[in-house]
Design a protein. Structure first.
Length: 228
């Protein structure tokens, strides 16, 4: 009992110095339930309470940072393994990917609007880059058949020069391949996430005199879904 009493007195003394329960338990190794009972009536000074709160927040931030770093490491491992699984793509594989991509994102010929040209719209620069590569290298389309328009929210109209430079770099095309910039009106209460300096609008890639190619792509897509 004397030993227990001494532990209690030491715990109270340490608490009055502003130590947290965890810090006290290092020096007074007792059950946490006993410590809580002993210190229930001990009041902390404002400065001590602030210190303990800051330490608790710092520990929480440290734990969150550790989890974030673990997630980043795990994500990298997953992506590296998945990337290696793809390997080198054959020309036929590139061909089929391009067809599927246009099937998902391209403009199709309609019965009420025959003769529609190739129009591919997307904001993902890598997707635009791939489809352009598909047209030029797989389909072997002449480069002068391709032209691009930029579609941009009007709130980014002051960034036209920056946006043009971005898409010139991503596509590798010269300025003569770029046409008009179309502006979209913003809603007042918009919940869009694609805003700020990382927003570059979307590209509307078109191909001149391409109604026949559009019909061929539709035939290829039909061939894909008929074979599955």
């Amino acid at each position: 009992m004397i030993a227990k009493q001494k532990e209690r007195e030491r715990a109270i003394k340490l608490r009055r110095k502003g130590l947290s329960y965890r810090e006290i338990l290092v020096q007074v190794p007792v059950a946490k339930s006993s410590l809580s009972l002993w210190l229930k009536s001990v009041k902390l000074l404002p400065g001590h309470a602030y210190r303990i709160t800051e330490k608790r927040l710092a520990a929480a931030r440290g734990g969150a940072l550790k989890k974030k770093n673990q997630r980043i490491t795990l994500t990298k491992e997953i992506k590296d393994k998945a990337r290696a699984e793809i390997g080198q793509l054959s020309k036929r594989e590139l061909f089929l990917i391009g067809v599927a991509l246009y099937w998902a994102e391209g403009s199709k010929e309609k019965e009420h609007r025959p003769g529609g040209r190739i129009i591919f719209s997307n904001s993902d620069s890598e997707m635009v880059k791939f489809f352009l590569k598909w047209l030029l290298e797989v389909i072997e389309l002449p480069k002068d058949k391709v032209y691009l328009n930029i579609v941009l929210h009007e709130t980014s109209s002051h960034r036209i020069k920056e946006v043009k430079k971005y898409w010139l770099g991503k596509t590798g095309l010269s300025a003569e391949h770029f046409g008009k910039i179309y502006f979209k009106k913003n809603k007042i209460n918009t919940k869009r996430k694609n805003v700020g300096e990382n927003y570059f609008g979307l590209i509307r890639l078109s191909v001149k005199e391409s109604s026949v190619l559009n019909r061929r792509i539709q035939g290829w897509t039909e061939g894909i879904h008929q074979s599955t």
